[in-house]
Design a protein around this ligand. Structure first.
Ligand code: AMP
Ligand code: GLY
Length: 425
């Protein structure tokens, strides 16, 4: 069986390594992948947003199954186009991917179906938005409607910051057309939890919970990044909270999408905040999270491709999705300076004995040498019986990897460990 994975980051590397475990897979193509995946997949230099070229490649190469991992191609309708060619896919169609593609859509969906989320207002003119933030409660949260590489959210701690955010998004078009409309929403507090869930539009099977570390520096300081590390499971996400989320958030969301004629099939990502008033949705993503995937999939005991095919065939209800009861940690090694300016082109050395636990995100091949080629360079993961052990193992492996200009947080998992200790006390 020939499988194609669209995308090129650490998330895609984790997906590819897991799909490789299925014996019926003869070849995996990564479009475009990156040099660090060359040992696991055939790299095809086609960009993840080049839908025409992706479709041509799939047809010409007899692809039997496609996994579309990033948000952009999903929102652009990559799955719709591949399905028209008769190629079974994992990932939502464009009409369902809008749950991530438009924050206005997702907020209105939650309101219509009483799914708990922050109170909000929508604006399509800067003047009206500026008038509103003059009087709204501070802190407040300003969100560009469309995709903005994960950067379209501003937590405004002062009124001035709120006004500046409205101006830069709506008037200066910092995120282009994504900022034609904005959501201004209530500032919520509480621990954050990421829950990725398989859904075939009929049933929903949540994966093990995880915790991202979005800020660049230790102690959750510094700029927001794509994610500097993850742990799973998330100790704040107890069995009681999981049951509540299933009843009040996961099932209602899947049912709401069906009722809107937008059945969601694929991985639905629930970004949750456990507020004093109960769990609320901070965001939906229409795809696997990155770097959540790098801790969630290593804990998946069921065969990933089998589960994905059950989603495609709408037989997920009869398919076992089993997770290990161990814990996982992933530490992202980035280029110093990320998420702003950074230098790249430095040689990366990864010892053979730990290569299986390394998911490469930003690297390219120069002959046989692997060079850094991105902000987030790679993720180093570990699975151990306890979270404490997983953190120690992941950092032990980080020590064995070297490239010039490497930067990583030293406290991935520290907050989760604190929560575990507090609970025991
Ligand atoms: P997003 O890009 O939607 O994931 O938002 C980025 C981050 O902003 C989230 O992970 C939260 O930490 C924070 N955030 C988003 N919405 C809110 C909110 N309503 N209240 C507090 N923090 C928020
Ligand atoms: N780690 C957050 C995301 O994938 O959007």
């Amino acid at each position: 069986m020939k499988v194609m994975v669209v995308g090129g980051g650490g998330r895609e590397h984790a997906i590819i390594k897991k799909i490789k475990e299925n014996k019926s897979v003869s070849e995996i193509f990564a479009l475009p992948g990156n040099g660090g995946m060359a040992g696991d997949a055939t790299l095809v230099p086609i960009g993840a947003k080049d839908i025409d070229a992706i479709c041509e490649f799939a047809k010409a190469n007899g692809i039997d199954y496609a996994v579309v991992a990033p948000d952009d191609p999903l929102v652009l309708g990559c799955v719709d186009r591949l399905e028209e060619l008769g190629i079974p896919c994992f990932g939502p169609r464009a009409n369902a991917a809008i749950i991530e593609g438009s924050k206005v859509f997702s907020k209105n969906l939650m309101k219509k179906y009483s799914i708990p989320t922050a109170e909000y207002e929508v604006f399509d003119s800067a003047e009206a938005a500026l008038e509103y933030v003059k009087g709204c409660k501070i802190p407040t949260v300003i969100k560009a409607d469309g995709l903005a590489l994960g950067k379209g959210v501003v937590i405004a701690m002062t009124r001035k910051e709120a006004e500046d955010a409205v101006k830069s998004i709506m008037q200066d078009k910092k995120f282009g057309a994504s900022g034609n409309r904005i959501v201004v929403e209530e500032f919520l507090t509480g621990p954050e939890v990421s829950v990725l869930a398989f859904t075939d539009g009929k049933c929903v099977k949540p994966m093990i919970s995880s915790m991202d570390h979005k800020r660049a520096h230790d102690g959750d300081e510094g700029l927001n990044t794509g994610g500097m590390g993850t742990v799973a499971p998330n100790p704040y996400y107890t069995a009681d909270i999981a049951a509540e989320c299933m009843d009040r958030i996961f099932l209602p969301t899947v049912n709401a999408m069906n009722a809107e004629g937008r059945a969601f099939k694929g991985c639905l990502y629930f970004g949750l905040m456990l507020t004093p008033d109960g769990p609320k949705v901070i965001e939906y993503n229409c795809r696997f999270g990155d770097p959540e995937t790098q801790v969630v999939l290593p804990l998946l005991e069921s065969d990933l491709l089998t589960v994905m095919q059950a989603v495609t065939d709408e037989t997920l209800g009869a398919c076992e999705v089993k997770f290990s009861d161990k814990s996982a940690c992933c530490v992202i090694m980035a280029s110093d300076g990320y998420p702003e300016r950074y230098a790249s082109g430095f040689e990366i050395t990864i010892p053979e004995d730990i290569a299986d636990s390394v998911f490469v995100a930003g690297a390219r091949l120069d002959g046989t040498r692997l060079l850094t080629a991105g902000g987030r360079v790679l993720g180093v993961s570990a699975v151990e019986p306890t979270l404490e052990g997983a953190i120690a193992s992941a950092y032990g492996r980080v020590e064995k990897i070297s490239f010039e200009n490497a930067f990583y947080r030293r406290d991935i998992g520290a907050r989760a460990m604190k929560a575990i200790k507090e609970r025991k006390a």
